[in-house]
Design a protein around this ligand. Structure first.
Ligand SMILES: O=C(O)C[C@H](O)C(=O)O
Ligand code: SF4
Length: 514
């Protein structure tokens, strides 16, 4: 097994940087289904470009490389203790090489271990089987979409859908509700795995296991095959669309598994995975540890349609109704008050990353720099230090709603004029934007390579003690494009899409599976 560690390392790099072929095909089809001139269409083009960039740069598709979760099948007698140690070594090496973000954080102190190793990370499940080979599968599921997982205990009453009983129709309602409640925050369009039954723990495990199925497989249980098709067709009628911008495509895949339960419990557990659906697997020779085959279609065999073709399509459809505004930081109140939902803003100059730890800190401390007119980017980047200094390796937006308790106050306290993130923010922030004169800009979630190229220099960094993702990076930016989705006039595209999709949810109230 001298090759085992290297093979696992190769698996990690491939999973983080090269989206598998079956996932790519689905995203490609979504891109074709959306009108290119719409916000959803534009986002899907950016996503397609990002997928290709990640492959070419051999760098993370999304900066959040998730909770590395392995499922390993071994022949009887294989030494799982050695394998576990080698998997851990491979994880630490991939982190050091910038293929994984430092993602393991002490839950009590907030300290980042720096190598993705720690209690509970990575997750490794071993199973024995009768075959001679070793099967290693890996999923890198990010925190934003993990936060949108949901578990229902039936019977229940669902907003917009009414009663959900302990039957197939109740399950149907739960799944549609799960897609609705995720909105764009888990970087839709997403894939969902559903676990019916089990207890609270095994139900979620079963849901996550569904994400290891091939996108185009057919469920062997006919009722579940029918349910999967139904959900895929109908969830797309909710109109949430890519990144929650509205659109035809909200869900890219639905896989449902079932297991027994206790008489008193009836759980429906839903694992929501973003479009950056990073899972791969390898079959290894149990003697040498060498890779015999890859389990899922290789991404490189399914090129995303080129951006050149998109540019040509743009030239035909025309984009004159989309206003583009170029802003140099620091930004003035007058400049932001002139912006409206739907405008595209291109930012040049310095911007500052800030997420959970920083927002909490700024509530009762001063900022290390003057933030008057500043742009805050909700982002936890992948950073690597070389002879020239820090380099931005991946830097897409993080889910903004987590900062909702702080953001309005922080905007006012420091004079911030623009906040960039994804998934939108709530009423408190919207009110602060209006009162103080600021905007919320939505960047395309997961497009970490696409945005990394906009950062021309790392000017400096504060709060390294928060760990790399949570530190405040001061980044020199050129041509960072994002869409105004909440403006200083009280308009929020997110509130609009949520209301609209809630109204659409009601059409699924009547029983379908009797
Ligand atoms: O932690 C991150 O960088 C992003 C996270 O996956 C999110 O979707 O919010
Ligand atoms: S930022 Fe979006 S694409 Fe990246 S892990 Fe989070 S949910 Fe997925």
């Amino acid at each position: 097994m001298q090759q085992f560690e290297q093979s696992v390392y190769n698996l990690i790099v491939e999973t983080s940087t090269n989206l598998p072929g079956d996932v790519r095909k689905t995203i490609q089809a979504a891109k074709e289904a959306e009108d290119r001139a719409t916000r959803a269409g534009l986002s899907l083009s950016t996503i397609a470009t990002n997928i290709e960039m990640a492959e070419n740069n051999v760098s993370p598709i999304c900066q959040d490389t998730g909770m590395p979760t392995f499922i390993v099948h071994t022949p009887v007698g294989a030494n799982q203790i050695v394998m576990k140690q080698q998997i851990r070594n491979a994880i630490a090496r991939a982190t050091k090489d910038g293929k994984l973000r430092t993602n393991s954080v002490d839950s009590l102190t907030g300290a980042n271990t720096g190598d993705n190793l720690g209690p509970g990370t990575p997750v490794i499940h071993f199973e024995q089987w009768e075959k001679d080979d070793v099967d290693v599968r890996l999923i890198l599921k990010g925190g934003g979409c993990e936060n949108k997982n949901i578990q229902y205990s039936l019977p229940t009453e669902l907003e917009g859908l009414g009663k959900a009983g302990r039957d197939l129709d109740g399950i149907r309602k739960c799944i549609l509700h799960a897609v609705y409640q995720a909105q764009g925050q888990g970087c839709s369009a997403g894939f969902i795995g559903v676990g019916i039954g089990g207890d609270r723990t095994t139900g979620y495990e079963l849901a996550k296991q569904q994400l290891f199925r091939h996108v185009d497989d057919v469920n062997p249980i006919p009722e579940l095959a029918q349910l999967e098709d139904y959900v895929l067709d109908n969830a797309n009628k909710l109109g949430i669309g890519t990144m929650g911008f509205g659109g035809q495509v909200t869900l890219l895949g639905c896989k449902v598994g079932v297991m027994n339960r206790l008489p008193a419990s009836y759980f429906v557990s839903v694992a929501y995975n973003c479009w950056a659906y990073r899972r791969q697997g390898v079959l290894l020779n149990a003697e040498t540890g060498e890779i015999k085959e890859w389990i899922y279609p290789n991404g490189s065999d399914t090129p995303m349609k080129s951006s050149a073709a998109d540019a040509a399509a743009d030239a035909v459809t025309g984009q004159e109704e989309r206003r583009e505004v170029v802003l140099q930081t620091p930004i003035t109140e007058e400049q932001v008050r002139s912006l409206k939902v739907g405008d595209i803003v291109i930012i040049n100059g310095e911007m500052h990353t800030g997420r959970d730890a920083l927002h909490k800190h700024l509530m009762d401390h001063d900022a290390p720099i003057d933030l008057n007119g500043a742009v805050i980017y909700h982002c936890g980047p992948v950073m690597l230090k070389d002879e020239q200094g820090w380099q931005v390796k991946a830097a897409g937006p993080t889910t903004s709603i987590r900062e909702e308790p702080y953001q309005g106050d922080i905007i006012k306290k420091f004079g911030i004029r623009a906040v960039i993130g994804k998934g939108g923010m709530g009423a408190k922030t919207l009110a602060a934007l209006q009162e103080h004169g600021a905007v919320y800009l939505n960047a395309i979630g997961g497009a970490a390579q696409y945005y990394a190229q906009c950062f021309k220099n790392v000017n400096s960094v504060d709060f390294m003690e928060f760990g790399i993702p949570e530190a405040m990076w001061h980044l020199e930016t050129e041509g960072f494009a994002a869409i105004v989705t909440m403006d200083a006039h009280g308009n929020s595209l997110h509130a609009e899409v949520e209301q609209d999709s809630f109204a659409k949810l009601a059409q699924f109230k009547e029983p379908v599976f009797k």
